[in-house]
Structure formats: C-alpha cells, structure tokens
Design a protein around this ligand. Structure first.
Ligand code: FES
Length: 338
C-alpha cells in the first residue's frame, strides 16, 4: 500500500500518496495551486520546498520545484507565489516604431488590462499569423497605462510575424493577447543587490524589472549587464543611459562584434553579457533574459555561489521555417545538478 503524505501549500492542507504528482493531488482536493502548461515549461506552478523531499520537477534554483512534475515522497510544506490570473483579451496594434537596426517597438491597445508582474510574458496571436510569446516592456517615452502593452520584437530572417510588423501588420491590426505566464518576475520586499542580464531583446523584460525595482527604491544596488551582437543592434542605449543616472546602478554594455580598436572600447565591452558579469555573491538575486546558451552559462556561474536565479530563455519557435526567436518556455530556478 502506498504511504499517504500530508502536504501543506501556502497554509492549505491536502494529502498525496507516495509517487503522486503534487499539483494533481492539490487540484483533486480542491486546493488552489497556480498552474498552466502542466508540462514543466511555463513556470506557473513553481513552489519552494520548506520541509520534506520530492522526486522530479527540479529547477535551476535549489529548493524550488515544478509542482506539475514533482512527486510526493514524504510529508511536505510548500510555498508558492500568488500570480495574477491568466486572461485572454482582444487588442489592436496602436503604434510601430523602428528601434536600432533590427528591432521594432510594437504598441498594443488592449480591450481591458492584463495585470502582469514585471518580467512575465504573454502570448500574442496577430490575426492571420502564428502565435508568439513576448515580454511586455516599458515604452521609450515612459508612458504606461494598464490597457496598453509595449513589445520589443527582433526582426529575424524568414520570421513570419517579425517581418510582417510595419509591413502587413499595421496600426489597427487585431490580435488576441493571453497571459501572464512565467516565473522570472520581479519580487518585491527584498533589498539585496540585483544583477540584471539581457541579451538582445531580452532587454524588454529586464527593463521592466529594472524600472519596477528602481521605482520601489531609486538607490537600489543594480548591476545591469546588457549586450547585443553588433553596435547597431544596441537599440536600448538611450534607456540604459537613463537607468545609469540612478546612484546604485552600475552599467556594463557588450557587443560581440566590435570593430578592432574601436573608439567605443572604453564604453562597450567586447563579447557577450555572460563574459562581463560582476563577481556574483550568494546574497545576489540574478535575472537573465536572452538566448539559451547565455542563460546556461550564467546558470553555471550562479550555481557556484548559490544565489537566487530567475530566467526565461528565448528559443527558436518550433516551426523551423518561422526562423523566429520567441520565449517558448520558462527555465527557472534550479541549481545545475553537480
Ligand atoms: S504548470 Fe508546471 S510548469 Fe507549467
């Protein structure tokens, strides 16, 4: 006979037999537990293990599991973040502005607000085009209301959506927005140093997080490391210079392709963001957004110090012909296995 374990999640009690999936047991007992994909991808069900042992569902951070994958093998005490509920609302394109050499800023007007935490992402289904995932960010002019969303979209060769923006998709084009999703969101009520790392349009969620953190505490210690492939792709320089005016912000800008002996050498570091991180400390909280290779490298460095790490990597859309970088999964929070 499998053993029955007692589980407490945010104060709510339920039971599970040895080997039962924690999320399934919670839902079966009518216990509210955030979830969406139920496949270990979206990060909605992330839970911290305060007491006890689970099997499976590990994440990039020690002590955190995907409840949709983790199985009960002992009594447990768990804690999860309460997230805004997922909504699906109609919207239309309100503005399109080219930024840098290969990024377009897309303004959207929603029929009603979707509350999201800075750093989370939504899905966007432009009428007549396949669905994509992006993180809302702050518009360049700083304006922001509850029912508008701003995106940074990188144009990718062969990308069906990115190449239609501003060409076939114009202001007034209708779409459906669903979200929010993801666990790499800004956590309030902590005052430790933030290390924010962005590659390319990973700057969008990192800007949201930085803006929220500096609104809470304008003197917050923030190490901001932002990179792009070329100087022309550094579409965010003006925003970075604004952020650097805060007394606690230390900015590092990188470019993989920098002309030999460039006069920008003093300001722009050669290489990628992962090569120019500050010395990480165990008390740091690190957020990173960008390509999976960059995230993997940062996760290894974070693992050496045991700091908190939150990340949603970008990956190629499943449809290879789309040639599109999207935010297709959350890859949060597990220290790499030794
Ligand atoms: S519901 Fe568990 S990761 Fe999506």
């Amino acid at each position: 006979m499998p053993k029955v374990h007692s589980i407490t999640a945010n104060g709510n009690r339920f039971t599970a037999r040895t080997g039962d999936v924690i999320l399934d047991s919670a839902l079966m007992h009518g216990v509210e537990f955030p979830h969406d994909c139920r496949a270990g991808r979206c990060g909605s069900c992330l839970a911290r293990i305060l007491r006890g042992v689970t099997l499976g569902g590990e994440t990039l951070q020690r002590g955190m599991v995907h409840a949709c994958q983790a199985r009960a093998v002992s009594d447990l005490e768990l804690q999860f973040d309460r997230l805004p509920p997922v909504q699906s609302v109609p919207a239309q394109v309100s503005s399109l502005t080219e930024r840098g050499s290969d990024v377009i800023e897309v303004g959207l007007k929603l029929s009603e607000p979707i509350p999201y935490r800075p750093g989370q992402y939504c899905t966007f289904k432009f009428r007549g085009y396949p669905q994509r995932c992006f993180s809302p960010t702050h518009p360049a002019d700083g304006s922001h209301t509850g029912d508008d969303i701003t995106l940074h979209v990188k144009r990718v060769r062969g990308g069906r959506v990115s190449n239609a923006l501003g060409r076939k998709i114009k202001p007034g084009h209708r779409l459906r927005v669903e979200g929010p999703f993801g666990a790499a969101f800004y956590r309030r009520n902590v005052a430790n140093r933030l290390v924010l790392v962005a590659g390319g349009t990973g700057f969008a969620p990192i800007l949201s997080i930085a803006t929220a953190a500096l609104a809470d505490d304008p003197a917050r210690a923030v190490e901001l490391v932002v990179g792009a492939r070329t100087i022309a792709s550094l579409y965010m320089l003006k925003r970075l210079i604004k952020l650097e005016r805060h007394p606690g912000v230390n900015l590092t800008v990188t470019a993989n392709e920098l002309p030999a002996r460039s006069r920008l050498d003093a300001f722009i570091q050669r290489g990628g963001p992962a090569e120019h991180l500050p010395d990480l400390l165990p008390d740091d909280t690190i957020y990173a957004a960008g390509a999976p290779a960059m995230i993997k490298r940062i996760a290894t460095l974070v693992d050496e110090v045991g700091a908190d790490f939150y990340s949603d990597p970008f990956e190629q859309a499943a449809n290879a012909s789309a040639g599109w970088l999207t935010r297709a999964f959350t890859w949060p929070l597990r220290r790499l296995a030794a």
